[in-house]
Design a binder for this molecule. Structure first.
Ligand SMILES: *Cc1c(COP(=O)(O)O)cnc(C)c1O
Length: 354
């Protein structure tokens, strides 16, 4: 089935661009002038439009608010050194939101429409893309159910929306992680592979409790044995043992990060051994103790890379020496360099919006 969309664009009378302090951008709090919206009705996506960013009305019985059919993506547009806006692996984001949609019994959003929507909104908002390397226009596509009905069933109507936030270079302070043996994020068979809103709601309490103990984030362990590491906060995780880099194999409960996938390619390009395999918290604690474990870092679109300086597990604390990190800074520089055109993009991951 080919769905052709006629995209209708309504622009603001006056841009808010000159009211924004680009030197003080708090993540996710500044929104650009426009948003993209499409409605799913009668079995198809329709009324594809870009319009001024504004509130919209929602019925109190909106089914998504009660039963949680809500999914999202997070991606970035950056500026090439020559000024051209660029997207990073946009088709992977399209594929992933459709995977998330499948798991929550929501309709696919056609890839052609996704690419058109993201391209057109970035073209329209290109002046909002910060110039400094490491900063970006964060793009938030999402889909929510819109039926006005209280009953646990699949919604018949949906909205697909994209809005954008300019974000500064994301500085994440080195993280202290708590390997949690009480709460879990996701179990195989559940919704952990989907970027489903409810997954994040369930992570808030355990994270709040960990923060009270002085940690920054949770390192999630598997649901069955509370042994195998899944990911950290909302990032995938990597462990460096000299020339070998290990990241947990995606087993059905781990979010398949696009940054994770990119890092695996870059590491292989640079001659590292990459192992995607189950890795237990016991192995991590013992190898941190012996010094074999040299680096631990998280990966995701927002931060790119977040260094880990300590891991707490059952009262013990493993410490990492950030001064000797080599692999994590190299990876961060490589991704940021590709996104600014400073480094060659041998995989053709960046897509110019001209
Ligand atoms: C989005 C997300 C990631 C990282 O995915 P990227 O595609 O690299 O941004 C990892 N874990 C969770 C739980 C996420 O929601």
């Amino acid at each position: 089935m080919v769905e052709t969309s006629t995209l209708k664009i309504t622009t603001v009378e006056k841009s808010a661009l000159d009211t924004v302090d680009f030197n003080n951008l708090a993540f996710g709090k500044t929104f650009t002038d426009h948003m993209y919206v499409a409605d799913y009705k009668d079995g198809k996506w329709q009324s594809h439009r870009i319009e001024p960013f504004k509130n919209f009305q929602v019925h109190p019985a909106n089914i998504a608010w009660h039963y949680g059919q809500a999914i999202f993506e997070g991606m970035k547009a950056t500026r090439h050194q020559d000024g051209t806006p660029m997207l990073f692996r946009p088709e992977m984001h399209s594929d992933r939101i459709n995977k998330s949609a499948e798991r929550l019994a929501m309709p696919h959003f056609p890839k052609e429409s996704f690419m058109e929507a993201v391209t057109e909104i970035v073209r329209l908002e290109k002046e909002w893309i910060p110039k400094e390397e490491g900063s970006a226009l964060y793009i938030r596509p999402y889909m929510i159910a819109m039926d006005e009905f209280i009953g646990v069933q699949i919604s018949h109507t949906y909205k697909f929306i994209i809005f954008c936030c300019p974000v500064g270079p994301y500085y994440s302070k080195p993280l202290k992680l708590k390997a949690d043996d009480q709460y879990i994020r996701a179990a195989v068979g559940g919704t952990g592979e989907a970027k489903a809103a409810g997954n994040y709601a369930g992570s808030l309490l355990p994270t709040q409790l960990a923060k009270k103990e002085g940690f920054d984030q949770i390192m999630w362990l598997d649901a069955n044995e509370r042994q195998y590491i899944q990911e950290v906060g909302t990032m995938n995780i990597f462990f460096v043992f000299g020339n070998t880099v290990v990241t947990p194999s995606t087993d059905g409960a781990i979010l398949k990060g696009i940054t994770r996938n990119s890092l695996v390619h870059i590491l292989k390009d640079k001659g590292y051994n990459v192992e995607e395999r189950p890795i237990s918290i016991k192995e991590v604690m013992a190898s941190a103790e012996s010094g074999e474990l040299t680096e631990v870092f998280g990966s995701g679109t927002a931060a790119v890379i977040a260094y880990v300086e300590g891991i707490g597990y059952k009262g013990a604390m493993a410490k990492l020496n950030l001064d000797t990190y080599k692999v994590a800074p190299m990876l961060k520089d490589t991704i940021n360099g590709m996104r600014s055109g400073r480094l060659e993009d041998i995989h053709n991951w960046t897509v110019k919006v001209s």
